[in-house]
Write a protein that binds this ligand. Structure first.
Ligand SMILES: Nc1ncnc2c1ncn2[C@@H]1O[C@H](COP(=O)(O)OP(=O)(O)O)[C@@H](O)[C@H]1O
Ligand SMILES: [Mg+2]
Length: 268
């Protein structure tokens, strides 16, 4: 496995240390994944070894096709690794997970409120308290007043907000985000990123964000993992000790330096 240098920047005051001394919610123990296809085998991931602390925000950046989504699918149990394992710690099973994908995956025939409480609807029926909770989450992600609308009536950014609200419905201990803001225009994306940071600071869940955007990773994460082109391996990890909320340091030299250091490690 490649060495994983941890590059620390000097703490810039008011550091928001969340996971210090906490047990990891998950450990990735040498995960490799090989797909057998008609046109041959594809080695998607190789020897991924890392962990996510309780309340820690981790971002993964890497070139297209390097196995990022595969890694996330392994964490949700949608794929099995060919080697290595996902260790969920003492409990031995996954904690409460919330997942948002690149495509919003809202059901077009349901209202936003119903989409947000879909995890409950899938178990049977939703109560007044569930509806209340869905409304609270709509408020949290900036969708108040749109609860009764259908997805087709919302902009792309609003649909992504709804999919994040749905991912939060289960009050996840680990939130998995697979490039959920990738298809949005730059301004909308910046706003949603800032809102995501605010929500995470309020709720303190662990998060794994997969993204193409280095600045989004540095804005949100406590730690950024850089992956190589396929087969995806971890080539570097960067600890991000910038103060939060980071909206206030987006234009700072420290922020820019971290982005350029990460870019140098990426084979785009
Ligand atoms: N179910 C599958 N069957 C075969 N190949 C797959 C499957 N899923 C992903 N792959 C291949 O694995 C590699 C990594 O894919 P993916 O995890 O989607 O990359 P990323 O999200 O980093 O763009 C790609 O070459 C992709 O074609
Ligand atoms: Mg992907």
């Amino acid at each position: 496995m490649a060495e994983t240098p941890v590059r620390a920047v000097p703490p810039a005051g008011n550091v928001h240390v969340l996971n210090a001394g906490r047990e990891p919610v998950v450990r990735l123990e040498g995960i490799s994944k090989r797909f057998e296809t008609k046109s041959g085998a594809v080695q998607a991931l190789e020897g991924i070894r890392s962990s996510i602390g309780a309340g820690e925000f981790v971002a993964v950046v890497g070139p297209s096709g390097c196995g990022k989504s595969t890694l996330l699918r392994i964490l949700c149990g949608l794929e099995q690794p060919t080697q290595g394992k996902v260790d969920w710690g003492k409990e031995g099973h996954a904690p409460r997970l919330g997942v948002a994908f690149q495509e919003h995956r809202l059901l077009p025939w349901l209202s936003i409120e119903q989409n947000v409480m879909l995890p409950r609807l899938m178990q049977g029926s939703a109560s007044a308290a569930d509806r209340e909770r869905a409304h609270g989450l709509c408020r949290l992600v900036g969708l108040s007043g749109f609860e009764k609308r259908r997805p087709a009536e919302l902009s792309g950014g609003m649909k992504q907000r709804a999919s994040v609200a749905r991912a939060l419905f289960t009050d996840p201990e680990l939130l998995l985000l697979d490039e959920p803001f990738g298809a949005l225009d730059a301004l909308t994306r910046e706003q949603i990123t800032a809102d995501t940071e605010r929500i995470w600071m309020e709720r303190q869940f662990a998060a794994l964000l997969i993204t193409h955007s280095i600045s989004e990773a540095v804005h949100l994460a406590d730690r950024v993992i850089v992956m190589s082109a396929r087969p995806g391996r971890i080539v570097a990890e960067f600890k991000i000790d910038l103060p939060r909320p980071r909206t206030e340091v987006l234009g700072s030299p420290e922020f820019g330096k971290l982005c350029s250091d990460i870019r140098k490690k990426l084979e785009l």
